[in-house]
Design a protein. Structure first.
Length: 191
């Protein structure tokens, strides 16, 4: 899988050689979600706009543009890992249907038993960004249990920033690629 984004290169360079580096953990999650779960989510969401691998890759690209060529000047390596992981996870709840998919994504995250990729602390921050990615969710309310800035294992974390970046990057992917008129016409004819 290509890693052409500045955010990916920055995360890879933040802790090279570490056995359980943020980048290695992110790559493990990205590979699984983009090749296995998101294609299945789209199979169960006929007629909906694109919430599959293409959408996730574009949202990561928008995050890349938002934080610029030097993301580690804006975010700590841990924050970058958290926001990138939250983007990977934010729409996976569509596996169980479109309605309340953000909450379902949080449930699936809680059930994800992969201690290599994330632990309970990581999941807590990722969950707050996942459940607040839609424009109707209250980021401040979802992050109320956190301080504005926290320190986790020596890394600074701004939970509201993480959630806001996930939402903004996701909102930027609202264009014609998300819902092909040709594809919709084919789906409507077969209902």
């Amino acid at each position: 899988m290509d890693h052409n984004l500045s955010i990916e290169r920055a995360l890879a360079s933040a802790d090279p050689g570490a056995e359980a580096s943020f980048f290695a953990r992110y790559v493990t999650l990205k590979e699984r979600l983009l090749t296995k779960e998101y294609p299945m989510a789209m199979a169960g969401f006929p007629g909906g706009n694109d919430h599959g691998p293409g959408h996730i890759v574009r949202v990561l690209g928008y995050l890349d543009q938002l934080v610029g060529p030097s993301p580690l000047q804006i975010l700590s390596p841990y924050e970058l890992y958290l926001v990138m992981s939250a983007i990977l996870y934010h729409d996976v709840g569509i596996l169980r249907g479109r309605k309340d998919h953000a909450e379902t994504s949080a449930v699936l995250l809680a059930e994800d038993e992969n201690p290599y990729v994330f632990d309970a602390v990581d999941k807590d921050y990722i969950e707050s960004a996942v459940v607040s990615h839609s424009s109707s969710a209250d980021i401040r309310g979802r992050c109320a249990r956190f301080e504005d800035e926290e320190v986790v294992r020596g890394h600074r974390v701004h939970p509201q920033w993480i959630a806001a970046l996930v939402r903004l990057a996701d909102e930027l992917d609202e264009d014609a690629r998300r819902g092909s008129a040709d594809l919709e016409a084919k789906l409507v004819r077969h209902r």
